[in-house]
Design a protein around this ligand. Sequence first.
Ligand SMILES: [Zn+2]
Length: 265
Amino acid sequence: MPNRRQLLDAHTHLNAAILESEPWEASYKASPSTFKRLVHEEAALQASANEYLLGLAERIPKLINWNDPKLMQLRADTTLPMSDEVWKAEAALLMASVLANITELQVIGANAGEIIYSIPMGFSTLNEAILVAAETQTAQMVSQVNESTRRYIQQSIKTSIELGEDGAAMKARIMKRISNPVRAEMIAQTEAVTAYQSGIELFAVETGAESSTWDCLLGACTLCKPLDGVTKPIGEYFILGNGDERRMPPGHVRCRCGRIINYPK
Ligand SMILES: [Zn+2]
């Protein structure tokens, strides 16, 4: 019988093959070796996020003030405030679950730059700029995930009360909402592109690149479409179809647009 670790590895492997067959903008595949690493590490990140969310479902009772006699009145403090120690503990756990994956994805992006533009720089997990960027990205992601967990709990409680469910049904509803595997998939897809592009950015800055050109996937959404072929100096913002600003893809959740790096002629 295979053990749990082996089953998880097999699942990650299978998932990487699925991710590989999904639509990606051409620049991601310009270096086949880093593309293979990218899809594998995105699958690994998804597995890490999934593991965290499964554990989170079990810790849910700690995040809710079950003894609050006013629970049924839908007070905002039904879930403990963001400043509470339990949320800090959640942040630390999620950080520990995904930081290595995000760091590796940043390295993969920087390595892709080295290969595609033929400028070897020796980027690795030892690079200080990568470590700082990965930690910043992970901290932002962790606080967003915590915020949505808290919001999902509140929404689930509201629905439960409207439907007249008992405590057990309410708990089941909350757990289903927050440890949904689609959530892990969404986190992995978005953060993988964020990390990869951030790695490319570090490579671009350190090699004296001048600008980058946004390249959309065929059939891109209305947010990204206006950016197709737009060139901006490194560090400046691209403006999405809805007016939001991004220094690099992803333009939105699950975006797999890419960038071409330009050097002074
Ligand atoms: Zn896009």
